[in-house]
Structure formats: structure tokens, C-alpha cells
Design a protein. Structure first.
Length: 116
């Protein structure tokens, strides 16, 4: 059974930093392109960033480019999202999934709140 578990979200002040983690278990581990998505209250889920199966290629939404960095450690079956210079508009539940996303793999996400 495939499972994705996100963690690392918390309340942070504007300008602060957080690192999110996504641990993968099951047959998904290590060989899939992965991505981070987020959903703010009242809005649709949106793409944030993606990374190829070996980490050699990354993409970012324009809204986070230059502030967020995606990475992965296949030995640990983990994908990371380093978020710097956080803004109130980054407040959302953050999810990881394959890229493109699979309906069956959505987890509970982790809540990031950026507020003073």
C-alpha cells in the first residue's frame, strides 16, 4: 500500500523559514517524479514545485520561485520543500504527491500558517 506522509508545517512569522518533509512508503519509493501542492482556504489546490525521479530537474510556480527549494533523498524515501522568506499568502495546507498527481496518493497534508 502506498502512503505519503507530510510533516513540518507550523505557525511562522512573515520572512521566516520552514522545511517540509514528505516520507514515501510502498512501491512508490525512489522512482517517481514528485511534487508539492498547496491549498489555501477557499481556493483550489495548486502546484508549488516538482522534482524528477533522480533530482536532476526541478520546477517552481512563479509565486515561490527564488524562495522555495525542492529536494529529495531517495535513500530515505523523502522529498523536502525548503521555504524561505515566507509570506502570509503562503498560508495553506501543503501536500506531496507524484507528478502528475495520483488521486489515490493524496495524504492529509501539513498546515503552514504565516502570520505575525
Amino acid at each position: 500500500q502506498v502512503q505519503l506522509v507530510e510533516s513540518g508545517g507550523q505557525l511562522v512569522q512573515p520572512g521566516g523559514s520552514l522545511r517540509l518533509s514528505c516520507v514515501m512508503s510502498g512501491r512508490i519509493s525512489g522512482f517517481y517524479a514528485m511534487a508539492w501542492f498547496r491549498q489555501s482556504p477557499g481556493k483550489d489546490r495548486e502546484f508549488v514545485s516538482s522534482i524528477s525521479w533522480n533530482g536532476g530537474a526541478t520546477k517552481y510556480a512563479d509565486s515561490v520561485k527564488g524562495r522555495f527549494t525542492i529536494s529529495r533523498d531517495n535513500a530515505k524515501n523523502t522529498v523536502y520543500l525548503q521555504m524561505n522568506s515566507l509570506k502570509p499568502e503562503d498560508t495553506a495546507v501543503y501536500y506531496c504527491n507524484t507528478n502528475p498527481p495520483a488521486m489515490a496518493y493524496w495524504g492529509k497534508g501539513t498546515l503552514v500558517t504565516v502570520s505575525s
